[in-house]
Design a protein around this ligand. Sequence first.
Ligand code: DX5
Ligand code: ZN
Length: 218
Amino acid sequence: MSAPMIAPSILSADFARLADEAKAVEGADWLHVDVMDAHFVPNLTLGLPIVESLLKATDIPLDCHLMIDDPARWAPPYAEAGAHNVTFHAEASDDPVAVARDIRAAGAKAGLSIKPGTPIEPYLEILKQFDTLLVMSVEPGFGGQSFIAEVLSKARAVRKLVDSGELKLLVEIDGGINDDTVEAAAEAGVDCFVAGSAVYGASDPAAAVRALRSKAAR
Ligand code: DX5
Ligand code: ZN
């Protein structure tokens, strides 16, 4: 496995100072951007114009997590804009493979996300078409929730397939990652750790990123 990656989530940042908040986590591997539409999840955050502005404000690759309905329509523009990863929810799509193809054709990596209650088995076959699997370890919609450890079995199952060479993708986890939970996720074979409140709630966000990365190293 490669070195653990940390993706601070700007959901917990100060939205009026996003350029500064991106600078505050320099050294992070990705900057995680939660796009919510108040339909797929009961919250509304930000969309393409803010992503376009962020792309100009930071060199950290943007990891866009779309918690929205109709990703076939809305996901490709994030890739065209220059996002590094565009991840959408399996539960929101009738044809995830087609959406992944469009994201890749537009120049980004394609990610599939599943909610805590969604099993992984039905999606194992199509994961070949993805660059990232984002396992949600809280119900999507809000930062600052408690980690749901049961989802780690999904990370473990996919890690096995990656290690055996059947799949080639990064396993990412999102929700409730902090000093107390990051090691269990690392032990389950996670490559990339999203952390919102644990990073932006810290007095030194860049130091929090480094601390999580060293705890995640196995
Ligand atoms: C929740 C978002 C997460 C959120 C994580 O729906 O997808 O990215 O920012 O926040 P923490 O790390 O505070 O659980
Ligand atoms: Zn997220």
